[in-house]
Design a protein around this ligand. Sequence first.
Ligand code: NAD
Ligand code: LMR
Length: 339
Amino acid sequence: MFARSAARALSSQTRLFSSSAARHTKVAVLGAGGGIGQPLSLLLKTDPLVSSLALYDIRGAPGVAADVSHVDTPSEVNGYAADKLDEALEGVQVVVIPAGVPRKPGMTRDDLFNTNASIVRDLASAIGRVSPKAHILVISNPVNSTVPIVASTLAKAGVYDPKHLFGVTTLDVVRAARFTASLAGTHPDNANITVVGGHSGATIVPLLSQSIHGKAIKGETYEKLVHRIQFGGDEVVKAKDGAGSATLSMAYAGAKFTNALLRGLNGEKGVITPTFVESPLYKDHGIDFFSSNVELGVNGVEKIFPLGELSPEEHKLLEACLPELKKNIEKGRAFVEGS
Ligand code: NAD
Ligand code: LMR
């Protein structure tokens, strides 16, 4: 029994972390003491491409680091207290940011803006000062606004590199695969769904028509599936009943995206996944950031793929996405301009 479950755990770890190349990397987690930060730090400790983990939070990071550091993988782990942000960022190549408050029932992600905007801006400003070449992975919500906040903060400091900034939308991709697979009665690996747009409600646009299993889902079942992918976050917020939002599935998704980036940085070819980046795709609509399939490589963002063929339903979803996304991006930008 144990042998079977251990083998399954190992095989799912292999699926989460494939490592084809040798160069190892220092990764920082900012917000490592939180609901996402703790399991994310644990998962990153088990990623063979991470050589060193710097765990920072305004509360509790040294304790998390002491705990995680006992896991028997080769990477070293250091924890940094509130006044040690610059030390945590020294020499990092990748910074993952899950710092900030989560939603409670009845709130939208945009309702988090007032608190999280300044947290993310201040962290970005420290990254710009201490480790300006780092790749930055933003988890903190509202992602549609926090990514532009990081971009504008770094641009103000004269160190913005659009190839190094990513909004983590992997949880939408993970949910889309899981929900589609369970309807289709297949393994989620066979239901890889591209999700484009942004990361909130109507801005989340799953391209089900581009997957064999997704394409087969029609009518009311299709409408319900799209709604579940767009509002999967609310499902968790409601079930947690005031105790926060998705943390464990997000840690899984964050570790999965970090591993994809590390593989790209290490020279692996063909690492392609959706992520929210500065993108040319809808610049003519005044939208500078957009999530679509991106090839990750030694420079970070290597290639941004267009959406490909869309069904009439997906065209409608995209029409609903664009104006909201534009508002969210402008709000982030305006915040930094007014700071
Ligand atoms: P949490 O409250 O459990 O943890 C947040 C942590 O951030 C806390 O430990 C807190 O001390 C820390 N923090 C606050 N200010 C900080 C600062 N200035 N520097 C460093 N650390 C700081 O919240 P959580 O459940 O881990 O969620 C974190 C964020 O991630 C929320 O904004 C949430 O909405 C977002 N989120 C995003 C996705 C996504 O798909 N991108 C998914 C789930 C949650
Ligand atoms: C999610 O999609 O689960 C996260 O963005 C957290 C939230 O607020 O729903």
